[in-house]
Design a protein around this ligand. Structure first.
Ligand code: DQQ
Length: 469
């Protein structure tokens, strides 16, 4: 068990999100529920707070909220296929044995590797397996991030890749024993100009009466989904979208998501929440990378909906309630009695606001030099980070996309603010993840605002969130 330093002086280190004891984390890996407990593995560089030689870190939770660190699960083995890194992958139950299927890196070669545990997911024994890249697609960009599932008695696997001069792709394999893999065909291939040159971290699962394929597209890194039908090992997408609208100059803040089905039949998803500040700041902080809160995916009328797991309500302190109230364009005051850098906010705004832009500001300094606005403006949902911090070293910008509302549809915001992490869920169908690093200790206020007209708040609940550590 690793000791967990608290970084007590660090105002940016999240308190309600999972992150490793120290140093670097990226993708969630190997999500699985085992004997009722949720296991979260993650891409981990235990040596320093920047990306490097990848290990699999490991944590476990009884309630999806509080996590306990377990020893590193996978580390590179000198002389083997993973000697330069244990990259992303998944976990399956193989005849009662927890089994990880992951990417091994040796020089620049990516291979599929396997490890299993017979001591309750603590130590892992590696085993060589046979899964070769296809030779009929030309040179491939990458061959990584296996995602495995079972249909009847056959195992299936997706591998992320890119077909040169075509676009990102996921390759479908099958196996009777998890060891010998036979290539079948691409499950889906994209066009580079539309969805990137290479697809990483595929996830594929049934949701309601459809199937969903999730991929993380690069070079400009963002996570996408396709909803469609899966028949005879052929996937036909019917709709697609971004899993999170928090795109900044370097890609999306929410990337490389992984999913699992739990014993309540829910499809849960975590994603790597990247830093919005450069390497020098990460090194000074001693840590980098956070997991998003667990998000529950479902389908409603064929549309993907994404909501934070209800278990997070366990973190709520005393509730403050506001509304109904009119927000006039002159409204400038901070809400009384509401302050904090770890807050859950649920707010409903009545349909038909005549304001050009309205919403909620968080992390406001008393005179407004710093503030981060979560706003709705004529069909556009956004997070404005331009004034989030007076520190020039952190990324700014306005994140978001169009999210039209029906004429009689209220705007329902569910906001999780956890120091430098901001996750915004709107009407169950749009998420924006952002990183903010206010420089002032007193940037703790919350404000409702409307510009160019007024808006009407039906209700708003605010809770301080307790630390999970
Ligand atoms: N991160 C892993 C890769 C994956 C990428 C390496 C996505 O396996 O493709 O750390 O962030």
């Amino acid at each position: 068990m690793s000791a967990r330093p608290n970084f007590p002086e660090d105002p940016h280190r999240p308190r309600c999100h999972f992150l490793p004891p120290a140093n670097w984390m990226n993708d969630p890996n190997g999500l699985i529920q085992w004997e009722g407990q949720y296991h979260l593995f993650y891409q981990y560089n235990p040596a320093e707070p920047v990306w490097g030689t990848m290990h699999w870190g490991h944590a476990v939770s009884d309630d999806l909220v509080h996590w306990r660190d377990l020893p590193i699960a996978l580390a590179p083995t000198p002389g083997s296929l993973d000697e330069a890194g244990c990259w992303s992958g998944c976990a399956v139950d193989h005849e009662g044995i927890p089994t990880l299927i992951y990417t091994g890196l040796k020089q620049n070669r990516e291979s599929v590797c396997l490890a299993s545990s017979t001591d309750g997911l603590i130590t892992w024994v590696k085993k060589e397996i046979v899964a070769a890249p296809p030779d009929d697609l030309g040179p491939l960009l990458g061959f990584r991030d296996p995602y495995v599932w079972r249909e009847d008695s056959t195992w299936y696997m997706l591998i992320g890749t890119g077909v040169q001069n075509v676009g990102g792709a996921v390759l479908l394999y099958r196996s009777a024993d998890l060891v010998h893999w036979e290539y079948m065909h691409p499950l889906l291939t994209g066009k580079a100009a539309e969805s990137g040159a290479m697809w990483e971290c595929p996830q594929f699962f049934r949701l309601g009466d459809k199937h969903v394929l999730v991929v993380s597209a690069i070079v400009h890194a963002y996570a996408m989904y396709f909803v469609g039908t899966y028949e005879e090992h052929t996937f036909t997408p019917e709709s697609q979208g971004l899993l999170d609208l928090g795109l900044f100059s370097d890609g999306a803040y929410f990337f490389a998501p992984a999913t699992m089905r739990d014993d309540q039949g829910r499809r849960l998803m975590w994603g790597w929440v990247r830093e919005g500040r450069g390497e020098a700041n990460q090194k000074a902080a001693g840590w980098a990378g956070v997991q998003s809160v667990p998000r529950v995916l479902s389908l409603q009328a064929g549309e993907l909906t994404i909501k934070p797991a209800p278990e997070l309500a366990a973190l709520r302190g005393d509730r403050r309630q506001f509304g109904p109230m009119e927000i006039a364009p002159t409204e400038t005051g901070l809400l009384e009695g509401v302050q904090g850098d770890c807050l859950e906010i649920r707010a409903t705004f009545a349909p038909g606001a005549d304001a050009e832009r309205f919403g909620i500001e968080v992390r406001c300094s008393p005179s407004g030099e710093e503030h981060t606005a979560i706003f709705y403006e004529r069909g556009y949902l956004g997070v404005d980070c331009d004034y989030a911090s007076l520190d020039d070293a952190v990324y700014q910008g306005v994140l978001g996309d169009r999210m039209p509302l029906e004429e009689d549809e209220p705007l329902e915001l569910h906001i999780l603010l956890d120091r430098s992490v901001l996750e915004v869920f709107a009407n169950g169908r749009a998420c924006i993840t952002a990183r903010i690093y206010p420089s002032r200790e007193d940037s703790l206020g919350v404000r409702l605002f409307a510009r160019g007209g007024s808006a009407s708040l039906e209700t708003m609940d605010v809770w301080p969130m307790k630390s999970i550590w």
